[in-house]
Design a protein around this ligand. Structure first.
Ligand code: BGC
Ligand code: CA
Length: 364
């Protein structure tokens, strides 16, 4: 469903939006835009939401949750109206910068920014400060120095190291309890391949490091057979895994993947090649990943809390736009950070009734 009346960003033309094939679930609410046209005294909150790209399973889930929670908040609070304007940065920082300029010039009360280029935050923060518009960054974490540039800057996300460590522990437990099955060449060493997310992304760098560290800290010997980026993308991961299978075949005992979409891509390639599945793990807990965990093809995943991230952002946005102290509504660390915990998911811990937190759409 796409509602378009007036947008915060003139760049979001309805015709283009209609062609984006966002999946039925992702709502783009371009209600009355960022400008409050209904005169003074209304309780309309205008939030500009800038996504690095809508073509990302996890990010579209966060946007969808934000929309759902905003509608819920409206329903529960008198004449409160929350206008969310969502802009697709199409993985281009210049495009996103224009969208943010538009949000600011059209009078948004708060900006939620999933920045394309994590190193480009300073310019954007200075613009927001000049206009007096608070910014909540999410998922793609600017460096601490930038976050501290202005007191009205926040970051909502999960700690990348923690996600990596939990993933590593999943592998450790499976390896220890099923050594016969996973240690194919019986040498006691974990021969692994690593599918990395986008280069430079904190979750790619730190999940890669901390997942393997969980094994070595526990005294396990590891051997990296292959490691490369597949940009969070299922199709790219499938292609990469296909190459690795040609080179290493069933020598690969463990596949670490920085996210679920790439883990599923690896599984696609292994099945296509008709080989036995190694121990594959992901991060996010998308709906198709949970199905794969239930089916036993994906050993486990780590929940990246889309719902929690969206909820914390909305609470913050409502507090900031009504002049309340954000520390009253969210647990703020160092005055700027809201951290959501990760959680391990395996077939054993998967409740039959586990609500599937994310939509079933995946990147190609
Ligand atoms: C998620 C990925 C997603 C990326 C986008 C990560 O936290 O695990 O699935 O593609 O964020 O920035
Ligand atoms: Ca081995």
């Amino acid at each position: 469903m796409i509602r378009t009346t007036r947008s915060c960003s003139s760049r979001l033309r309805p015709s283009r939006l209609a062609g984006l094939a966002l999946g039925a679930a992702l709502l783009l609410t371009l209600a009355a835009g960022c400008r409050s046209d209904s005169g003074s005294g209304d309780s309309t909150i205008r939030v500009g939401v800038a996504l690095y790209t809508q073509d990302d399973t996890f990010i579209s889930a966060v946007a969808q949750e934000l929309e759902r929670l905003a509608r819920e908040a409206e329903g529960g609070a008198g004449d409160l109206k929350i206008n969310l304007s969502v802009a697709d940065g199409r993985s281009n920082q210049t495009t996103q910068m224009d969208q943010i300029d538009q949000f600011i010039s059209r009078g948004c009360d708060v900006l939620c920014i999933n920045i394309v280029d994590r190193t480009a935050a300073a310019v954007l923060i200075d613009k927001a400060e000049e206009a007096g518009v608070p910014v909540i960054f999410f998922n793609r974490q600017p460096v601490a120095e930038d976050i501290r540039r202005w007191e009205q800057i926040y970051y909502v996300g999960a700690r990348a190291e923690e996600g990596g460590a939990l993933q590593g522990q999943l592998v450790l437990e499976a390896w220890r309890s099923g050594r016969e099955r996973w240690d194919r060449n019986g040498d006691g060493v974990v021969q692994y391949a690593m599918l990395e997310g986008e280069p430079g992304h904190q979750d790619a760098l730190l999940r890669t490091e901390y997942s393997v560290k969980a094994l070595t800290d526990a005294g396990l010997a590891v051997e990296k057979l292959a490691s490369d980026t597949a940009n969070w993308n299922r199709g790219q991961a499938e292609a990469k895994m296909k190459q690795w299978l040609e080179e290493f075949g069933e020598e690969i005992e463990v596949v670490f993947s920085n996210n679920d979409d790439m883990a599923l891509g690896a599984i696609d390639a292994i099945r296509e090649a008709g080989l036995a599945l190694p121990l594959v793990v992901g991060v996010d807990a998308t709906a198709p990943a949970l199905e794969a965990v239930a089916a036993g093809t994906l050993q486990g995943t780590v929940l990246n809390d889309a719902q929690g991230i969206a909820g914390a952002m909305l609470e913050l946005a409502l507090a900031l736009s009504s002049g309340r102290d954000p520390a009253e509504v969210v647990a703020l660390e160092d005055g700027h950070y809201v951290w959501l915990p990760y959680r391990q998911i395996t077939r054993e811990t998967l409740e039959p009734s586990e609500s599937l937190p994310l939509p079933s759409r995946t990147k190609n």
